[in-house]
Design a protein. Structure first.
Length: 501
């Protein structure tokens, strides 16, 4: 009868349970079946050395290791530990019940357990499938321990795992701080650092309150990047569920350092980033920047400098909040619920429309530069605001600007209104819900239609203006959208046709 041990394989940011069956029979040779990747095939060399280091022996007979389900490709070195344990169990050198235990870990030649990526996803899957405990490398213990419903045991060496399985007296890991629904973060930067620019700050407040994408266009030195970097300071604290989602993505991406992600991600890829770096892919599948920005902010500075195919790849995830990676050998869906913040100059030299600096660009250069941003992408950006140079008196004023803490309270209150009313933020409102939650008076609706026709906006723009108006009303604490809310929403949405035509 074959020895059975349980492991886990990553599939995007999710995990699948893998059953490892090992059988020893008369003959010579080692073999692994069940679509193992190269790193899995190489595991037998590491396993043999680790077993010998422990003072035990690798069977010198025919060794067959079957990894099920057979149709799922297995990649990575996380199978070293379960394969080693299964060999010891089948050869009679380890007599334990492993039915309720999941094993994860890479082995060094001297038996040291090395960390692997994705242990959060593996622990979540194990807990969901009724496993009582998961054994991981010491470096992965803290991240696996954030998952409730399963005991996590972390060890530094293979011999410690064997000793624990024979005599399980160790206590499971307990995190000092578990995620809750009120996970406040103290930021070193603040909106009070920015002098003036009240219109842009207002746009950022609306973007944070309703989850609306925003584009800032203006000359260099007007505070676009400063504004974007301070946007996380006014956004609501992450919920316990969001912390777990983000941590799982960073665990799979091998970018987790301290066990938990408490802050909303703020990703700033360089404009030389490839489309795969942006949306994810590869083998094994690795999340891209849009997934690393999940529940946070993706900031694209110098937007027209990005490759056109990279920008166009954002169109689908901006609508669906997910990205589907399709290749010949796999099909994986990755989360991508991010707030897009983009910044750009109005022309190549940066000074088109500047009140005091002269633009050196020709009209054709300006048009060619602006046309790098396609209409369909602009259509998906709710807030499109012009950023003017800061007035010098504002820079030297001793009057304090509104701090992030005050703005954040309004944003959080507006979000609570939205979640109580429709169980979603305004940017995620489905078209069929607009009539119910974004009603306009007849006269106000006619004004909106006139604005749509004047600026030649699309049907999508019509819906997004309604969502913006709903957010403006929520910030004001108003039950209904009135003309003042609608007018502000229109003024923040019509830049695409005023500039990009």
């Amino acid at each position: 009868m074959a020895a059975t041990v349980f492991a886990a394989a990553l599939n995007g940011v999710e995990s699948d349970i893998i059953t490892i069956e090992t059988r020893i029979s008369p003959g010579i040779g080692y073999s692994i079946v069940g679509l193992p990747g190269e790193s899995v095939k190489e595991s037998l060399s590491r396993v043999e050395s680790a077993i010998d280091k422990l003072g035990l022996h690798m069977p010198r007979q025919k060794l067959l290791i079957c990894m099920a389900p057979a149709g799922l490709r297995k990649e990575g070195a996380a199978f070293d530990l379960p394969i080693a344990v299964s060999i010891l169990a089948e050869s009679g050198q380890l007599k334990v019940d492993l039915e309720n235990t999941l094993l994860v870990g890479e082995l060094s030649l001297n038996g040291k357990l090395r960390p692997v990526r994705g242990t959060v996803a593996m622990a979540i899957k194990a807990a969901a499938n009724g496993f009582e405990r998961i054994i991981v490398p010491k470096e992965n213990g803290a991240e696996a321990a954030i998952v409730s419903g399963i005991d996590v045991f972390a060890f530094e060496k293979f011999e410690q795992v064997v000793a624990f399985l024979e005599n399980p007296i160790s206590e499971p890991i307990q995190l000092a701080r578990q995620p809750t629904n009120n996970n406040a973060v103290n930021y070193a930067i603040d909106f009070a650092d920015i002098r003036g620019q009240r219109k842009i700050k207002r746009a950022m407040e609306i973007a944070a309150a309703g989850g609306h994408n925003v584009l800032m266009i203006g000359p260099p030195g007007t505070g676009k990047t400063m504004m974007a970097r301070r946007l996380p300071t006014i956004m609501p604290a992450l919920t316990a569920g969001e912390i777990l989602e983000i941590t799982k993505i960073y665990s799979v991406s091998n970018k987790l350092e301290d066990g938990l992600i408490w802050e909303r991600p703020f990703r700033t890829p360089h404009h030389t980033a490839s489309d795969i770096a942006m949306v994810g892919g590869g083998l094994p599948v690795t999340p891209g920047e849009i997934s690393l920005a999940h529940k946070g902010i993706l900031f694209l500075d110098e937007l027209p400098e990005f490759q056109k195919r990279v920008l166009e790849a954002l169109r689908q995830p901006l609508e669906a909040n997910t990205i589907t990676i399709s290749r010949a050998s796999y099909n994986t869906e990755l989360p991508a619920d991010f707030l897009l913040v983009a910044a750009m100059n109005p022309c190549p030299c940066g000074y088109f429309g500047h009140p005091t600096r002269k633009c050196t660009c020709s009209l054709s250069m300006i048009q060619r530069y602006l046309r790098k941003i396609s209409g369909p992408l602009l259509d998906r950006i709710d807030l499109q605001v012009k950023v003017d140079p800061v007035i010098f008196d504002h820079l030297t004023s001793q009057l304090g600007d509104e701090p992030s803490e005050i703005i954040a309270k309004r944003v959080t209150a507006a979000r609570q209104i939205q979640l109580a009313r429709q169980a979603a933020i305004n940017a995620s409102l489905m078209p069929e819900h607009l009539k119910q939650h974004c009603k306009l008076l007849q006269g106000d609706h006619e004004i909106l239609v006139e604005a749509i026709q004047k600026h030649q906006l699309s049907a999508r723009s019509y819906e997004r203006i309604l969502k913006l108006a709903r957010t403006v009303a929520d910030i004001a604490g108003a039950k209904d959208i009135v003309l003042a809310h609608l007018s502000e929403a229109i003024s923040l949405r019509c830049l695409d046709q005023d500039y990009f035509q």
